[in-house]
Design a binder for this molecule. Structure first.
Ligand SMILES: [Zn+2]
Ligand SMILES: [Zn+2]
Length: 133
C-alpha cells in the first residue's frame, strides 16, 4: 500500500482524467470519476477476491490469461503499454509491474464470481461476457 502523499499522479488510460485514490475497507485503488474505470494492483485484487470468497468455496482468483491485443492502453502508473488479458473471460488490461485496469462493470463482474456458484455467475453474466469480446 502507498501513502497518498508519496504517490505521483496517475491518469485514466481511457479519458486522461486524474485518478482518485480510493480506500474501501481494507482495500485501496485508483478510480476514474469520469469513466468509472478502476486500476488495482494484483495483490489487492487477490485480497478483494479472498474477502468475497470466504463465504463461498474459497477457490482462488483465476490467473489472467493472455489474449490478442487490438490496442494497448497506457499503464496509469508507468505509462508502458498494458497487455490484454482475460480474467474469467472478462477482457482486462494489465501491466505486469503495476496492476490491472477494469472498465466498468468489469471488476464487479469478476468479483461476483468469487461470491456466486460458477453456474449462477455464468447464468447472470454469460450474455454480457459475450458482448465484451
Ligand atoms: Zn476515465
Ligand atoms: Zn505499469
Amino acid at each position: 500500500m502507498y501513502r497518498e502523499a508519496a504517490r505521483p499522479h496517475r491518469r485514466c488510460p481511457r479519458c486522461a482524467r486524474r485518478l482518485a485514490w480510493q480506500t474501501q475497507g481494507a482495500f485501496a485503488y485508483d478510480l476514474c470519476d469520469g469513466c468509472g474505470g478502476i486500476f488495482v494492483d494484483a495483490a489487492t485484487l487477490a485480497a478483494m477476491w479472498q474477502e468475497l470468497a470466504r463465504s463461498n468455496d474459497e477457490a482462488p482468483l483465476p490467473q489472467p490469461r493472455a489474449r490478442p491485443a487490438i490496442y494497448r492502453l497506457p499503464c496509469p502508473a508507468c505509462g508502458g503499454r498494458m497487455a490484454r488479458v482475460d480474467v474469467l473471460g472478462v477482457p482486462v488490461d494489465s501491466c505486469a509491474a503495476d496492476g490491472l485496469w477494469f472498465d466498468p462493470p468489469e471488476l464487479e463482474i469478476v468479483l461476483m464470481a468469487a461470491k456466486l456458484p460458477f453456474h449462477d455467475w455464468l447464468r447472470a453474466f454469460g450474455a454480457r461476457l459475450r458482448l465484451m469480446r
